[in-house]
Structure formats: structure tokens, C-alpha cells
Design a protein. Structure first.
Length: 438
């Protein structure tokens, strides 16, 4: 137990050496997702990969599992290079990934069957894993009969029954409600601390900062564009950990600060992919933008809030809060840094304005700081008809990003442009215009 709570790095199980991953695109430059990623995972250690959507955490996990090839670099597990699916690794997915036509027992047995384990031994080991993970009595149930938490327990049992060296967990608790996730997380940690899990190390992908601190011996913070390890935080708090412990809160706040650091301390585009017209815009609605501005402006924050406290007040996790906060930074309605968000003068003005004045101020910030919005408006102004097809701008974006990202960016800029009455858009014809904008 002591070696689990205070891991001794007497053996390095996993070595990630200069991993690079590039996704080729049909036109324009290929998309570099991961670049020069180096890390290790030791025996009796839990390491969390923390970062926002798009930083390559899940891609790296799939490379570790051998489910996806790296473009460059090497992964070694127990001294052996990973080429294709590795018997040393098992993975728990966010989506449960159970076969609905199989019972709990059959779902847990499936990995052993793939390994050629004889039926009697398969059943014995599967029943032991089901009992271990707290599902005894549900062996003959089908996934549709189980709650979300119970289905994820089946996913964990299916992973541990093959007795892997390394367990990979890809946001395994994020699809569950808060109480169910807490229970499952606690039960898993109890098994780990007691040495009852037949595995030597765990790597966890998460966007939940508190979850990372609750589980991990180390947290690796990933930066974006391209994905890379930006910081490593060692956590030496004993288990079980208390969220209200001042030392716990200090680590959480430190991680928020790390994730909001900006090079040179200057206001920037935040962590958006790309620059200029090629900037990938997140799906954040004007109502959500206004809501966060009002929350920061209100008591007790009065325009300056710590992100951990704000996330708690609003029941938002990193993947929910950071995109909205960074949009406020992009539009110069707020500044991010040191784990805080602070409203700028335009941000304070927005909160105090009536709806029409809000729209005008939003339009001004949008045209000044979102190049794609300014580009669309200039094209419309210059054309005699003041009309242009959306495909014209989407094609330009696809020179720099995937079709799905281009579609996301177009939907976002359209929503923002309509709100600010910068331009109008007809969904049926796919035409931007200056006719009755908004």
C-alpha cells in the first residue's frame, strides 16, 4: 500500500519518446496534432493528462494503446515497442462501448476470448472481475438494464480482467452524473490503494481538474496547437484526498493558473487553433458569452473572479468554462491569467448596457478582433448585391482546417454575426447578406 500511495520509480513501465502525430488533409497544410511529446509512466503510479479539447490527449492515449500509429517517435511499454494493439494495455472509454446483445458476463469475457483463453478459465476470471468491481448478481443482465454507472463498471471489469500492465482511462467518468462519478471514482481508488487491481499503472485523460488532483501522483498539463506537455505537477497528498483540504485547493488553483498562462503575459488569441482567417472558433453562443460576463460582474466577484470558484459556482468543468472564457478574451471583454478572469472596460460596459447597445458593442469587438467576421463583412460591403454564398468562405477555411472544423467555425461566426447584426444569413439558400441583419 505504501508504494502505491508514495510510488517509488524503481521501474519505468511506459516511455513516450518524441511522439508526433499529423493528420493529412485533402487540401492545404496537414494538421499537426501532437509534437515532440515525451513522458514516462512508472510502476504503481497514476498519471493524469489534463488539458482542453483539441490538445491531443485522447489521440496520445490511442497511440499508447496501439489503436493509432504515431507519425513519428516511439512508445515503449515494459521495454517493448508498441506496434498495433498491445496485450500490455487495456482501455476504458467514455462511451462505455459495450455490446448491447451480450450479457454482462459475455461483455467481460470478450477480451479473454480474443486472447484465446479457454471457456472455463474465461468464465472464472470474468466472474472474479465482476465481483471485484461491484457487479456481483448482474452477470446475466444486458447493458440496457443497467444504469450508466453500472455500465461503466462493466467497462472497467472488461479492461482489468485481461490483467494488463497499464490501464488507460479516456474521460471514463465524464458521461456520468456527479454522484455516480464520485462513487465509481472512490471505489476504483480504494481497489488501487488496497492493491487489488491486477495492473501496475494507470494513465487518465480528463478535463476535470479536481478529478486529476483526486486521482493522480502526477498531472501532465497539455498545451495546444500543437499538443505538447506544457507542465508537470507532482501531487504528494496522501489518499484518500479531501477536496476541502487547503493543500488540495492550493494544487487545484495552481493548475488553473498553469492552464491560463500566456506567453509574455500579453493579451492574445488564447489557445485557439490558427490565426487570422484560419482561427478555429469554438461553439459558444452569444447567450453563453453574455451569461459568463454577467456572472463575473455580479456579486461576489464584482468583475474579477478566480476560475476555480467560478467553475464551482456555475457547475462547469474545464471543457465548458475555458472556451467561453477564452472567447471573452478574444473579444477583449476579459483578460485571463494566473487562474483568474477579469473584465475589461468593454466587458463591464456590455453588462451595463441595454440589449441594443450590447449588440452594437458586440459588433464592434467582433469586427475588430475576429478576422473571419471582418472578412465576411468586407466582402458583403464591396459587392454591389451585398450578398455572398457561405461556401465561398467555407472553401477558404478548408485550405487550413478539416471540413468539420470549418463547419464549426462557420456556424459560430454566423451566430455571432447575427447577434451583433453585422450581417444576415439565410439557412435555406446558404447566403450571407446585409438584408435586415440579425
Amino acid at each position: 500500500m505504501d508504494s502505491i500511495m508514495n510510488p517509488v520509480q524503481d521501474k519505468t513501465l511506459v516511455v513516450v519518446d518524441a511522439i508526433r502525430k499529423v493528420y493529412p488533409k485533402g487540401s492545404g497544410e496537414d494538421l499537426l496534432v501532437l509534437d515532440n511529446v515525451n513522458l514516462t509512466l512508472g510502476k504503481n503510479e497514476i498519471v493524469s493528462f489534463l488539458g482542453r479539447s483539441g490538445c491531443g490527449k485522447t489521440t496520445l492515449l490511442r497511440i499508447l494503446a496501439g489503436l493509432m500509429p504515431a507519425t513519428g517517435g516511439e512508445v515503449r511499454i515494459a521495454g517493448r515497442s508498441v506496434v498495433g494493439p498491445s496485450p500490455e494495455v487495456a482501455m476504458v472509454f467514455q462511451s462505455f462501448a459495450l455490446f448491447p446483445w451480450l450479457t454482462v458476463l459475455q461483455n467481460v469475457e470478450i477480451g479473454l476470448e480474443a486472447q484465446g483463453v479457454p471457456p472455463a478459465e474465461r468464465k472464472r476470471r470474468a466472474l472474479a472481475a465482476i465481483d471485484l468491481i461491484g457487479l456481483d448478481g448482474y452477470e446475466s443482465a444486458y447493458p440496457k438494464e443497467l444504469s450508466g454507472g453500472m455500465r461503466q463498471r462493466v467497462g472497467i471489469a472488461r479492461a482489468v480482467v485481461v490483467q494488463p500492465t497499464v490501464l488507460l482511462m479516456d474521460e471514463a467518468f465524464s458521461a456520468l452524473d456527479v454522484l455516480t462519478a464520485e462513487t465509481l471514482r472512490t471505489d476504483l481508488m480504494d481497489l488501487w490503494i488496497d492493491g487489488r487491481l491486477p495492473i501496475s499503472a494507470i494513465a487518465v485523460v480528463t478535463h476535470n481538474i479536481e478529478e486529476a488532483v483526486l486521482l493522480s501522483d502526477r498531472v501532465l498539463v497539455f498545451g495546444s496547437n500543437p499538443g505538447h506537455v506544457a507542465a508537470e505537477i507532482r501531487i504528494e497528498l496522501p489518499h484518500p484526498r479531501n477536496r476541502l483540504d487547503p493543500a488540495f485547493r492550493q494544487i487545484v488553483e495552481g493548475l488553473y493558473s498553469t492552464m491560463t498562462e500566456r506567453a509574455g503575459g500579453k493579451a492574445s488569441q488564447g489557445h485557439f487553433f490558427g490565426t487570422g482567417l484560419a482561427m478555429l472558433l469554438p461553439r459558444v453562443s452569444p447567450n453563453t458569452i453574455a451569461g459568463l460576463l454577467e456572472a463575473v460582474a455580479a456579486d461576489p466577484h464584482q468583475g474579477h473572479a478566480g476560475l476555480p470558484e467560478l467553475a464551482g459556482d456555475l457547475h462547469m468543468e474545464v471543457d465548458d468554462l475555458f472556451p467561453v472564457a477564452e472567447v471573452l478574451q478574444l473579444l477583449r471583454f476579459a483578460e485571463l491569467g494566473d487562474g483568474d478572469i477579469k473584465l475589461t472596460e468593454p466587458g463591464r460596459q456590455f453588462v451595463g448596457f441595454e440589449p441594443d447597445a450590447r449588440k452594437k458593442l458586440f459588433a464592434q469587438q467582433l469586427l475588430n478582433y475576429v478576422p473571419l467576421a471582418g472578412h465576411i463583412r468586407r466582402v458583403l460591403d464591396e459587392r454591389g448585391t451585398h450578398r455572398a454564398p457561405s461556401s465561398r468562405f467555407r472553401d477558404e477555411l478548408e485550405d487550413h482546417m478539416s471540413e468539420s472544423f470549418a463547419e464549426q467555425t462557420m456556424r459560430t461566426v454566423t451566430s455571432w454575426g447575427r447577434f451583433g447584426e453585422v450581417f444576415a444569413y439565410d439557412e435555406v439558400s446558404g447566403i450571407f447578406s446585409l438584408d435586415n441583419p440579425g
